[in-house]
Design a protein around this ligand. Structure first.
Ligand code: GLU
Length: 483
């Protein structure tokens, strides 16, 4: 059997982390099995679907490095196939027209609610006579199409992640709507609904394994009945665990992120995010090796090693993985990724003019980066922003002898257009000796004067970068005014 899997997002929003993770698992499985990965856009809900969401979904998948072998297929271009399938079900007597009005259905629910029963359709139009149908049509009622679901049955499948799953027919809410009523007045029925369309597509596209979120389990039970009704064999199903927040609830907008764009803007790398998403529910055979590309993961991926339990989203872990990638990245590549974040923060960057300076800056701050966005706070002062002096720095500056230390550094800098690492060291040593203080005092004072704080990236390197822009002397002069 050649494995064929798919991701079937609805373009009703930007690429969501849950969809992206489902895509990752499908992709890993397809690549592991030498199978085919299909992209299908489920855009039958015309009111909510937008082309820009389709673009966002496709560019998000591409950004993550998830390539598809077939598609994108669009459901709106396949309507005739759904209509045909509905006709087949009608012809077989497995589906029928239901003429209930919204008011009638509402009334039915009210009564069920009052009797403390779960809401369901009571199958009242299942066996209408020809005369009854005609009478409804005459009234101007338009039917929806319902697929028959027998209460007295058990739907069982061997889920490749959850093992045996069984669902009672009576828990599926009665005969289900597979097509809405026609609003145009010239078709027997209107918009085809998800469960029917997805089954027709999965049949036509020869999907062998349906891997999707656990929130679709009840749909799977309904869909199995549709496969049987259409007289075709049922694919394998695998339901992946939900992504949960720290409180154990489904990760949502309230957690500050939903779409892949959010993660991109927060400064995560696609490689790190893909790596982390594959760990959201899957345990690699070597659980200690946590840093890998999707391609590497595909070599050992199996559905047996996907957990049933919900996967908690762990920001610290994602940050850690991101930092591992950032710290190992080639400097020029990192620099090109940092530039947009600097620009977004209003820092003007001229790569042509300042290439070497920017490379040195990137090399200096790289070990301190957890997210790409950190480059802004790590380099603001190097880019010449006015330093604000924190309490610790002010205290250092006000110590006895510091005024003289900084003044003699300024003196030593006079006329020096270019400052090398050795020049800087020599000047520090010179001042240490001349002022008869400890070297640590000179270093701390210099850091306080140049950066306004006592912690930060490599001092000499920061100084050299500031010097090249001519900002070190003015900083030290300003610091002297505070003493
Ligand atoms: N359009 C559905 C969704 O986005 C697809 C579910 C499925 O994979 O069958 O949830």
């Amino acid at each position: 059997m050649t494995v064929r899997v798919r991701i079937a997002p609805s373009p009703t929003g930007n690429l969501h982390i849950g969809t992206a993770r489902t895509a990752v698992f499908n992709w890993l499985f397809a690549r592991n099995q030498g199978g085919t990965f299909v992209l299908r856009i489920e855009d039958t809900d015309e009111a909510r679907s937008r082309p820009e969401y389709t673009d966002n979904i496709m560019s998000g998948l591409a950004w993550l490095g998830i390539d598809w072998d077939e598609g994108p297929f669009f459901q709106t271009q396949r309507l005739e196939f759904y209509q045909k399938a509905i006709q087949t079900l009608l012809d077989k007597g497995l589906a029928y027209s239901c003429y209930c009005t919204t008011e009638e259905l509402e009334q039915m629910r009210e009564i069920q609610k009052a009797n403390k029963q779960a809401p369901r359709y009571d199958n009242r139009h299942r066996n209408l006579t020809q005369e009854e149908k005609q009478a409804f049509e005459k009234e101007g009622r338009k039917p929806v199409i319902r697929f028959k679901i027998e209460d007295e049955q058990e739907i069982v499948w061997n889920d490749l992640i959850r093992g045996k799953v069984s669902w009672k027919g009576s828990d599926l809410g009665g005969d289900m709507v597979i097509a809405r009523r026609d609003e145009t007045g010239n078709a027997p029925f209107g918009q085809v609904l998800y469960n029917l369309a997805v089954v027709v597509d999965d049949i036509d596209m020869n999907i062998t394994h349906v891997i999707r979120g656990e929130d679709h389990i009840a749909n799977t039970a309904k869909q199995i009945l549709l496969y049987q009704g259409l007289g075709v064999s049922v694919p394998h199903f695998a339901h992946t665990p939900l992504i949960l927040n720290q409180e154990g609830r489904k990760l949502s907008k309230r957690d500050g992120v939903t779409s892949i764009d959010d993660f991109r803007e927060m400064g995560f790398l696609p490689s790190a995010l893909g790596n982390y998403m594959s760990l959201l529910g899957w345990t690699p055979p070597d659980a200690t090796a946590e840093i890998f590309t999707l391609k590497e993961a595909s070599q050992t991926f199996s559905l047996e090693r996907v957990n049933k339990a919900g996967a908690k989203f762990d920001w610290d872990k994602l940050d850690w993985i991101n930092s591992q990638y950032l710290h190992k990245m080639e400097i020029n590549e990192l620099l090109s990724l940092l530039i947009p974040f600097w620009k977004k923060a209003g820092i003007s960057v001229d790569l042509e003019k300042d290439k070497i300076w920017l490379e040195s800056l990137t090399t200096m701050i790289a070990p301190s980066l957890t997210r790409l966005t950190d480059c802004v706070k790590e380099s603001r002062l190097i880019f010449g922003e006015t330093a604000t002096y924190n309490e610790e720095a002010l205290k250092q500056l006000k110590q006895e002898g510091v005024k003289e230390v900084l003044s003699s550094i300024l003196e030593g800098l006079k006329g020096k257009t270019h400052l090398t690492h050795d020049d800087a060291q020599a000047l520090i040593n010179e001042v240490t000796k001349a002022q008869n203080v400890k070297k640590g005092v000179v270093m701390r004072s210099l850091r306080a004067g140049l950066m306004g704080e006592l912690k930060g990236p490599d001092l000499t390197q920061s100084w050299l970068l500031l010097h090249e822009k001519g900002w070190d002397q003015s900083r030290l002069e300003n610091a002297l005014k505070l003493i």
